[in-house]
Design a protein around this ligand. Structure first.
Ligand code: HAM
Length: 426
């Protein structure tokens, strides 16, 4: 027997029933983006490896351990990478198409797959889907508030109530450099109490030590210096203004000086939405300001802020909240034709009903009347049209209402009208 294949570890299929849930969620996202005035961006799945190593940062886990990179077939070969996130690609596109020349502010959103070589577990996959927005061009705290409020709005319209918004400021590069020195000094003095992983991280990315969930790291860093104490006046005022805007909107949040984010491009505001019904992988989404990234990738110095959500996790959280509506791909009409010419008639009638905008199907397996009725039931058909060769010769068919159970004889020429008037009547 030929060998059977399985999907790769961390990669999943979404079958039609499950797809209905994705469509529900994506419908809410698209409706929200229409209301908030964001245009949809569709980006390539593959970019040059350098875009991510420069954009996201060599010292990050994403770049150093998790990228799907490969050499293509060009001569000399080029190193390409399956996108591990979409902000770098969005910025590349913004620079490439010189979007800033024609408009002061850009509001983009995207939904699509990203790839990270991580250990799969509940809520963590090697291919996952992200929904993100990028607001490019404004340095103002009002822009930060707009983006965070869009995240709050999304979570709430999905019916997720059990979540926490964590907020921090990571300062500008010079503020963070001073903080890094102080933090390193603090960590060095407690080296023996830290986990091996944190000791390793201290060299490349000491702020990430604060992010560790390991008990010994949490205990050792309880009194670590706080980045908020290293902010100069401008960054501090910016942060306070963002907080004030969230307060005015009645949004609950916690200021968490240990929130550092896993990507290097952030400046000032950083935030994360934590799903309290999820397991270890509880970040529903996160983002922040990245005022230096566009210039770093060769564009004009331009401030920006955005977020990314994991759609897989949003669905898990919406499910835990019991917020996902029951949906089935219900059929309006099932057409049952019994006999040779009735089967041909069923094909034509199904086509007419579909052309009229209703969902219709007929049997394609030559099944018995009983089996066709069973199929109509399985498909939740609202109406069933039944005809055998003799009825057709007399120009008639039976129309059965599967909810009210009433059955009526209908002239073939009137069939569509009768079905439509029943549909309109509910
Ligand atoms: P991120 O925090 O790396 O940010 O990823 C965003 C979200 O993607 C996470 O909060 C999580 O829900 C989801 N996610 C990440 N990795 C996985 C995984 N392996 N499996 C399932 N879900 C995952 C970014 O990617 C930034 N680009 C966000 C951003 C946009 N910042 C500014 N603009």
């Amino acid at each position: 027997m030929a060998s059977r294949y399985q999907s790769l570890k961390g990669f999943r299929d979404t079958l039609p029933e499950e797809s209905l849930r994705w469509q529900w969620l994506e419908g809410i996202i698209r409706d929200q983006m229409r209301r908030y005035g964001y245009g949809e961006l569709r980006l390539p799945l593959v970019e040059s490896t350098e875009l991510f190593s420069r954009g996201v940062g060599e010292g990050t886990d994403v770049v150093s351990k998790e990228m799907y990179s490969f050499l293509d077939k060009s001569d000399p070969p080029e190193s390409l990478t399956l996108r591990p996130e979409l902000t770098a690609g969005a910025v590349r596109a913004w620079i490439e198409h010189e979007i800033g020349k024609n408009q002061g502010l850009t509001k983009w959103y995207y939904v699509g797959p990203a790839f990270r070589y991580e250990q799969p577990q509940s809520g963590r996959y090697r291919q996952f889907t992200t929904f993100g927005i990028e607001l490019i061009g404004s340095p103002l705290p009002e822009a930060d508030a707009e983006v965070i409020l869009a995240g709050v709005g999304l979570i709430e319209s999905l019916g997720i109530r059990n979540y926490r918004l964590r907020l921090n400021s990571l300062g500008m590069p010079e503020e963070r450099a001073a903080y890094r020195v102080a933090l390193l000094e603090f960590l060095n003095a407690r080296r023996s109490q830290l986990s091996q992983e944190s000791i390793r991280r201290m060299e490349s990315n000491p702020l990430r030590v604060l992010d560790s969930k390991k008990e010994e790291d949490v205990a050792a860093t309880a009194d670590a210096p706080k980045i908020l104490d290293f902010l100069a006046d401008e960054s501090r005022a910016h942060f306070n203004r963002v907080r004030g805007l969230l307060d005015d909107a009645g949004v609950q949040y916690v200021v968490d000086h240990k929130l550092v984010r896993g990507l290097d491009y952030y400046t000032r505001t950083a935030f994360e939405f934590q799903g309290l019904d999820l397991g270890a992988q509880d970040a529903l989404g996160g983002g922040g300001r990245y005022d230096g990234l566009i210039e770093q990738l060769g564009g004009p110095a331009t401030p920006a802020i955005g977020f990314g959500f994991g759609i897989d996790r949003l669905l898990l959280a919406a499910e835990a909240a019991g917020a996902i509506p029951n949906q089935s791909a219900a059929l309006d009409v099932f057409v049952v034709g019994l006999g040779d010419s009735a089967r041909a008639w069923a094909v034509q009638t199904t086509r007419l009903i579909r052309q009229a905008g209703l969902a219709a199907d007929c049997d394609l397996l030559g099944r018995s009347m009983k089996a066709q009725m069973r199929e109509a039931n399985r498909r939740n058909a609202r109406h069933v049209v039944i005809a055998g060769d003799n009825e057709l010769a007399a120009g008639k068919a039976q129309l059965k209402d599967m909810q009210g159970h009433a059955q009526q004889e209908v002239e073939l020429g009137d069939l569509l009208n009768v079905i439509q008037s029943r549909e309109e009547g509910g």
